[in-house]
Design a protein around this ligand. Sequence first.
Ligand code: IMP
Length: 502
Amino acid sequence: MAFYFSEPSHTFGEYLLVPGYSSAECIPDNVSLRTPLVKYNKKAGEVSPISMNIPMVSAVMQAVSDDKMAIALAKEGGISFIYGSQSIEDQAAMIARVKAYKAGFVTSDSNVRPDQTLEEVIALSEKTGHSTCAVTEDGSAHGKLVGIITSKDFRISHCKPGAKVSEYMTPLADMVTGQEGITLSEANEIIWDKKVNQLPVVDKNGNLVSLIFRKDYATHETHPLELLDSQHRYIVGAGINTRDYMERVPALLEAGADVFVLDSSEGYSYWQEKALKDIHEKFGKDVKVGAGNVVDADGFNFLAEAGADFIKIGIGGGSICITREQKGIGRGQATATIEVAKARDEYYKKTGIYIPICSDGGIVHDYHITLALAMGSDFVMLGRYFARFDESPSNKLVVNGNYVKEYWGEGSNRARNWQRYDLGGKKSMAFEEGVDSYVPYAGHLHDGLGMTLRKVTHTMCNCGALSIPELQEKAKLTLVSATTISEGSAHDVVVKNTNIQA
Ligand code: IMP
């Protein structure tokens, strides 16, 4: 006979936190959001081989996680899982770019030749969004440097059509450059001494290596939580699938990937078990692989036994997800998180091994992050949230007078990432499990994330918690009625300012 769960499943919007005692020390500045990413022997006093400084990772999605997002999020202390629905070569190139990125040292993506026209400079600047173009002999990012041209060097309305870059650029002879090997603080000294806005770094043959901008150096100092590996490179993750992992994993390891996740809507399967075992057998246990998604204790225990380094929770709760209406599988995200967290704690008691869990999808308001953590999640994965920022790979458009960004599911016709949904074996006939959509544009990641984390740390203090484990221990959660939910936002008034970010 079929098994029935006795209680209906619930989602985050149906819960609230009840405050606990806040002591004088319980202030947001004292809160640590550090959290483990992969499993470790907690009982033996070990620490996780990879931890994050904030409990947020960006989703394995074309519209969310590319190298630009990965760098931006690692600067803030989290990790991006670069999408796997692209060729192995392209994904490896993205990983390699993250690992090669040196904070403050920018590989110029706006380069022109001296014989190009000012119209071409303008077109390039519009495309890249950068007003400074390096002028190199062959127009490449690492060609011989001959000058710099910025939008301040000319007024197009005053120039004759077809005017050449060489006539308006600052030539090399009038520029200050740094030699390859220069440190960021040395470069900064030069930038201030010589009153320049950027310093091109060249090798001994005069070829352009990178650019250092005055503002980037300042940015570097404002990221105290940045997540670096032992060689001071940004930490980055990669999504993989259960089909081509024997080729994809070594290529991504070679490119420098720090951690993988099997990206699938359904993790309780022979295919994930096989992939986890094959990867760990062939490439070693040091290769860290998360798995999922699951929504109950059975799914968790299965993946734990199969060797998953962390386990993701969630089916059908994603903002762009139509899995529930297409297939009728899934579970309320809060209930799934609570049950999996309980299974994780029992597994730890039994084995001494702590397997971090991640609530994936369905975060609508910032406080849902705090709820997920309080319910036992070690970190959360978000798609819609990150897609809204400048740093996501998708297009920014104006729709009905508002700025929006595009955001589409991996299971939408647009992404065509059918591998995420099939059940292994012969390629199955796929159908859509996601939609293509717009989300409101939200500016720079640094600003939006800062606000979100302030809300998380404030709520933690209200619960008397200075760390995520403390929150998980002390949190008092209450299910609320539909009437209580509507009482929770402004009611019985005519709201003047609707510009409050949730
Ligand atoms: P969001 O943060 O609510 O937008 O949810 C993001 C999550 O939705 C991802 O991390 C995936 O687990 C899941 N997801 C991504 N694409 C699809 C899709 O096309 N259909 C169903 N779920 C998806």
